[in-house]
Ligand binder design. Sequence first.
Ligand code: NIG
Length: 401
Amino acid sequence: MPLLIRNARILTLGPGTRPRRGKELADLSIIPAGEVLVTDGKIAAVGPKVEAPADAEIIDALGRVLMPGFVDCHTHACWAGDRLAEWEMKLRGVPYLEILKQGGGIHSTVKAVREATQKQLAASLRERLGAMLREGTTTVEVKSGYGLTTEAEMKMLRAIRRAAAEWPGTVVATALLGHAFEGELDDYARMVVKDMLPEVSKEFPDIAVDAYCEEGAWSVDACVKFFEKARKHHPIRVHADQFNSLGMIPEAVRMHARSVDHLEASTKKDLIALAQSPTLGVILPCTGLHTDQRFMRSRLFIEQGGALALATNCNPGTSPSHSIPLAIALAVRFCGLTPAEAIVAATVNAAAVLNLGDRGTIAPGQRADLVLLHHKDERALAYELGGNPVATVICGGAITR
Ligand code: NIG
């Protein structure tokens, strides 16, 4: 049945779906009092007044904010077990990279993931996806990366696909084949290129691949060798400069990475180079809050004309949060974004990271992934802390909440 949402403050986010850069990030292209017609899962019309069929179901927004569904473009939401004991260690002052070096951190989750069945992994991911949807996320990227063997990585990717099939939103899987390593890095990285990558390519030909460039994880050299092979068939993304600036950004830009994510420790020079390239930067402020109160210098990046996206980084180690509203609230407080910039970063720009041009804005022909807030002013989305600002979620044209 067609759906008409009327009497809404509509954040259309403007025409076109190319990533917003620099000053464009502040433009929400608002219709202060308008209507949106949804038919067949898509937006059919938007404007101050639209023609609607007589049988359309009507939602009166009562002047509240209607905006695109959130796109969470960086998560590790498929995991098993928990990291509560390590979190207590961290609270007592043991750094994240030290826990990793001692065989914990990512390796603890690897152990739990290997012990879990595909069905168990899919069920726990499905629960997290449910929580995300309730807070307005209608598209989510989910990485593998806790398998570290071809068999376990494939199990994760299949679990992600299985959970996706049972969820009304869209799940985009990413093969994080360079998250950590066992044995010697060089041998392990060679195994990834020789065995793991071809298996992934066969079953998931369009998937993006990712690596974690960091001390104690993958070196720049290992990442470059891996990406040079992988990029022949797959888009590439990279975690870089989370704790240490190792020089991955120039390489990522050279290899046309879709995004570079984290960036907390990036140098000014690297941030400027990234800002002036087509590669998107992704900020993960929940990680700063949970891990060590360090955040990317996002203002500099935006002022240099960068295309910035925002994500939760939902994972058991550095960011136990599935909430884009929380990520927005933190981006505004700790990364210097305005509420409007944070909204653009979590919608149209996050969709660009996933190469999804059919969402992230409210325009005819776009997928009808919409969020109606409890609020009449979108700044309240960034202002509120810890509540759920989302009243109604429409996913592919269906009201899910
Ligand atoms: O992006 N740092 C690398 N990967 C994740 C953390 C994964 C984990 O600790 O389980 C991140 O922060």
